[in-house]
Design a protein around this ligand. Structure first.
Ligand SMILES: NC(=O)c1ccc[n+]([C@@H]2O[C@H](COP(=O)([O-])OP(=O)(O)OC[C@H]3O[C@@H](n4cnc5c(N)ncnc54)[C@H](OP(=O)(O)O)[C@@H]3O)[C@@H](O)[C@H]2O)c1
Length: 363
């Protein structure tokens, strides 16, 4: 049954991630029998062109999931918390792009090239990681599996498309205002984002980190199965439209040279090494935009760590594609290929359960 074309819903179909999901389902020729595009009541009745066909946007209500095999959710955590269980109750498997379920110990949090086997025991909901986590976990996996990870410091330079359609409009409006000598109004962010760098993404937590920074900490630990991993993050919003960049410093258990690290990174599916500083070649946000790969460059020995056990490098990826939509569609492909679309309970598979220590360490 699972190898047949599927009825697929996209929830949040009018948003920047939802629209990218529709595009990627088409690009990868995911076998869709029927595509149901859902958004809020505000958009219901509007139509969009998909592959030369006009499709109407429906309202995301529980009944809209009748007969849906897989739903890709990208409409925020509140919508996911309310509607994903209702969809599952109607036999739909949900791949959720929000933060609602990511740290739930019963729900797998999956990057397609890192932990696809975690999908087998899914209970009907699968969590797609945060975009900053997504581009980092495959690169860290390469080091975890060879030289071991002791400590990771990551500083992010995140594009405004990570906030959604309103933020794209706000940056563009502020650039125009600047050119016209007019005041810049900020409503999406607490300060103007144009010509600025804002060290505040999502809300502040009692520990002084922002929620975005803590997602990088806790999600990487869960995906990599390393609950004790020493990892810290500073997340910064910058005036770039698409693609997140990350400066990463890693202390490894065993020594590793930059030459070997480049080979380890390049061996990960979906990771491309671009590293020729003499030719000014390194990953760039503008070049990564519209691509599905994770780009790594500026690989060098971290001079602050002894015995050749330190690496520093730069990681860039399109936050809307691999950071969100592409990974969601890749997970749908794995579910279909391995005949894991139905929840584990229906297939008689062992239910997924995160390591207890992962849950305790990140609660
Ligand atoms: N942007 C990224 O790089 C990125 C990466 C990873 C994860 N995410 C996550 O993906 C989600 C969407 O992000 P986005 O960037 O696409 O935001 P967006 O451009 O603001 O789009 C939001 C979407 O959610 C829909 N929506 C809002 N309220 C709804 C409701 N009550 N019922 C049904 N649909 C509703 C909107 O529909 P209307 O048009 O009808 O309002 C729209 O389709 C968020 O959870 C975000 O955290 C985003």
């Amino acid at each position: 049954m699972n190898r047949q074309p599927l009825t697929v819903a996209v929830v949040g179909a009018t948003g920047v991630v939802g629209r990218t999901m529709i595009q990627i389902l088409n690009e990868r020729e995911f076998p869709v029998d029927e595509l149901r595009l859902l958004a809020s009541g505000r958009s219901a009745g509007r139509s969009v062109m998909v592959d030369g066909r006009t499709l109407e946007i429906g309202e995301a209500v529980p009944e809209a999931f009748d007969g849906v095999d897989i739903a890709l959710f990208s409409a925020g955590a509140d919508v996911s918390r309310e509607l994903a269980p209702a969809a599952v109750a109607r036999g739909t498997t949900v791949i959720d792009n929000s933060s609602a379920w990511r740290m739930d110990p019963n729900i797998p949090l999956v990057v397609s090239q890192v932990n696809p086997d975690d999908l087998e025991g899914h209970p009907g909901i699968i969590a797609n990681p945060n975009c900053s986590t997504m581009q980092l976990a495959p690169v860290l996996m390469a080091l975890r599996d060879t030289v071991g990870l002791e400590r990771v410091i990551v500083d992010t330079y995140q594009s405004v498309s990570g906030t959604g359609a309103d933020a794209l409009a706000e940056l563009e409006g502020q650039i125009r205002a600047h050119v016209n000598g007019e005041p810049k109004s900020a409503t999406v962010y607490p300060h103007p984002i144009a010509f600025n760098a804002l060290p505040e993404i999502d809300v502040f937590l009692p520990n002084g980190y922002t929620k975005e920074e803590w997602k990088v900490v806790s999600e990487n630990r869960k995906i990599l199965g390393l609950p004790e991993l020493r990892i810290s993050c500073t997340a910064v919003r910058i005036p770039v439209f698409v693609s997140h960049s990350e400066a990463v410093h890693v202390e490894t258990r065993e020594p590793v040279t930059p030459e070997r690290a480049r080979k380890l990174f390049a061996a990960v599916p979906g990771v491309l090494v671009q590293d020729d500083p003499a030719a000014h070649e390194y990953p760039l946000a503008t070049e990564a935009a519209g691509r599905d790969e994770i780009f790594v460059g500026r690989v060098r020995q971290d001079a602050s760590i002894d015995d050749g056990r330190g690496l520093a490098f730069w990681v860039v990826s399109d936050n809307l594609r691999k950071g969100a939509a592409t990974n969601a569609v890749e997970l749908a492909e794995v579910l279909r290929e391995r005949e894991w679309v139905s929840p584990a309970s229906v297939r008689g598979a062992r239910p997924y359960r995160a390591q207890a220590s992962v849950v305790e360490a990140t609660a």
